[in-house]
Design a protein around this ligand. Structure first.
Ligand code: BGC
Length: 390
């Protein structure tokens, strides 16, 4: 059954400063200063007042934020963070979720364009399916920022804010390599069974992750230290459309019955926390027990449920992606395109979308497990101990 994320209150409260009297008193305070300084101060004060007024009325412009789905917690956090941060800067925000329905996302973006947004932020469902609507935005002079997922086959995208997607894959691979001590296993002639659950073929991130993962694990598959009984190791054979938890569970069930009737599955190389939940259900159904024969299960996003599963042993690790930081980087890009400023960019080579290489900022993903989740996630203020204990 699809996971339902029920309780999320968008933290949209805008603490607009009260302006009355503020500018006046500052101006008065500068009257004794030399004329030139006083003039500068008055100008600064007027600017500040204008910014504050913009904040209070949302007149900094309107930003359309198109998100893919609310079925996964991370996107709810992404949307909430974007809205909160943009509103705090005085922008009006139209935040829409398309529930993994490509046509719905196209319509939502068309409506945003028609309603006169000044900028679009898009986390796509199918990254190549928005080409026409991107042309519409371009013709209307509306800049587009790609959020987390690259927008493919278009020159209408100005910037891309994301995590190091290949780095996510290498971090998962490295974790498996270290935890299973693959070099030692190889030297001792030992082997581990492994199955792969990779991301959606219409999401550019999924292939980046796969390539990073295989950069670390392929040598061990080649020399037999890792054995994939299903034989499904290619991206084409292991990708899961729309990151479906149900499909991951189904695949895992099929692998367990088809290939692991008389042996154990040691590793589920899963590219997403949702897949880890699917694998968990399949493994429980097949009688696997935590603390006995439970496999090493990886994930991505460090969702609240995944972090709880890490604590209880049902998931071994996840990739923590601080969505607050991603939103922050994306917001600087919005400001840049609207105000002619330069946002911080740290990659100008990797993200070729088939039309252009999109200037990008890549945030750093961090592997978390039960040994470091407190330090990284709790001390980092992402979840509280109380949330994790519920
Ligand atoms: C994101 C991942 C996420 C996945 C499924 C990808 O594009 O980069 O963080 O787990 O989508 O929602």
């Amino acid at each position: 059954m699809k996971r339902r994320i029920l309780s999320l209150i968008l933290g949209t409260a805008l603490s607009a400063a009260m302006l009355t009297g503020c500018g006046g008193s500052q101006t008065t305070a500068t009257t004794a200063a030399p004329a030139s300084e006083a003039k500068a101060d008055v100008t600064t004060t007027a600017k500040e007042a204008a910014t504050e007024a913009a904040k209070a009325t949302g007149s900094g412009g309107k930003v359309g934020v198109a998100m893919p789905t609310q079925s996964s917690e991370r996107w709810i956090n992404d949307g909430a963070n974007m809205k909160k941060q943009l509103e705090a800067l005085g922008y009006q925000v139209d935040l829409q979720y398309a529930e993994d329905d490509v046509q719905m996302q196209v319509s939502q973006i068309e409506n945003m364009i028609a309603s006169g947004v000044n900028c679009l932020v898009i986390a796509s469902i199918d990254s190549s399916a928005l080409v026409n609507v991107e042309v519409q935005a371009k013709n209307a002079g509306i800049p587009i920022i790609a959020y987390d997922r690259l927008l493919m086959d278009t020159d209408a995208v100005s910037y891309y804010a994301t995590f190091d997607n290949k780095g996510v894959g290498t971090a998962i691979g490295q974790y498996i390599k270290d935890k299973k001590e693959l070099d030692k296993a190889k030297a001792e002639g030992k082997s581990y069974t492994i199955e792969f659950f990779m991301g959606s073929p219409d999401d550019n991130n999924a292939l980046f992750l796969y390539n990073g993962l295989m950069e670390v694990l392929k040598p061990y598959l080649d020399d037999g230290t890792l054995v994939c009984e299903s034989g499904r190791t290619s991206f084409e054979d292991t990708c899961i459309l729309r990151w479906s938890q149900e499909t991951a569970q189904q695949n895992c069930e099929n692998y367990l019955t088809g290939f692991y009737a008389d042996k154990k599955l040691d590793i589920c190389a899963s590219a997403f926390d949702g897949f880890a939940y699917g694998c968990k259900a399949a493994l429980e159904g097949a009688g696997y027990k935590v603390g006995e024969d439970w496999p090493l299960i990886t994930g991505q996003d460090a969702e609240l449920m995944a972090t709880k599963n890490i604590i209880s042993g049902f998931q071994t690790m996840s990739i923590y992606k601080d969505t607050r930081l991603l939103a922050e980087k994306c917001v600087t890009m919005v400001q840049a395109v609207l105000q002619g400023a330069k946002p911080e960019i740290n990659d100008t080579t990797q993200y070729n979308n088939g039309k252009i290489v999109v200037p990008s900022y890549l945030c750093t993903p961090v592997a978390v497990d039960k040994d470091n989740y407190k330090k990284v996630i709790v001390d980092g203020g992402y979840y509280t101990e109380a949330q994790l204990a519920q």
